[in-house]
Design a protein. Structure first.
Length: 231
């Protein structure tokens, strides 16, 4: 890969308040899609501002979702924490509803983006997420799928600020461009994505079972041959 180059006026850089080259270079991955399908996230989803402080009810249990709760390989919430109000971290403030999509704003290129399932309705997530709610006519599973794509991550990389823990803002999420085809195609592609994930999970389960059985068989050989002479 060749060295990146940018020719720009000083006042152009100053006005933007950013001097890093990735911010000013155009996003390339999104150009692979047809212009007529492209739209900003703000046109198909809204930021959800709802917050609640669990500490105000110190004995009340709740489920808490932070960035570590999301499987970045699949974009599924797999490990929410069970807490009571007095145990709530200071960042446990954002209210989530079933069908919302949560997007990690810290290190956003990791793809920690998930749909809130029914069992987490009215629970709490970290303020390290943007919480968005799809508008009418948008398939939430398609939206989730496309937000986890490389074209979105590239744009998140552009908007990120900070070096150790690069982060984006709600406004950066809203201005990100995604391909949004007609609803029928959204539904079809969302279904294909779901089936692909199910197949992946099945193969992983089969591989884990094979590994477990083989491991047990090896230990059985050790048990059956406890008296082993070593030269």
């Amino acid at each position: 890969m060749g060295m990146k180059k940018l020719i720009a006026q000083r006042n152009q850089l100053t006005k933007a308040g950013r001097w890093d080259i990735d911010f000013h270079l155009p996003a390339l991955e999104i150009k692979k899609f047809q212009d007529k399908t492209l739209t900003e996230v703000r046109k198909c989803a809204d930021i959800v501002p709802d917050k609640r402080n669990p500490e105000l009810e110190p004995d009340k249990p709740f489920l808490y979702v932070d960035i570590s709760s999301i499987d970045v390989a699949t974009g599924i919430i797999v490990n929410p924490q069970e807490l009571i109000g007095e145990e709530a971290p200071s960042r446990a403030r954002k209210v989530i509803r079933a069908g919302d999509i949560i997007i990690s704003t810290c290190r956003p290129t990791r793809g920690a983006i998930a749909i809130v399932p029914l069992e987490l309705d009215n629970q709490i997530c970290s303020t390290g997420f943007s919480v968005i709610r799809a508008k009418k006519g948008v398939n939430i599973h398609y939206l989730h799928f496309v937000l986890r794509g490389e074209s979105t991550r590239e744009q998140f990389r552009k908007w990120s600020t900070g070096s150790s823990y690069p982060a984006i803002l709600d406004e950066d999420v809203l201005k990100t461009v995604i391909p949004l085809p007609c609803r029928d195609l959204q539904d079809k592609l969302a279904d294909e994505s779901f089936q692909n994930t199910e197949l992946r999970n099945k193969k992983i389960a089969e591989a884990n079972e094979t590994w477990k059985n083989t491991t047990n068989a090896i230990f059985q050989k050790i048990i059956d041959n406890e008296a082993v002479e070593i030269d």
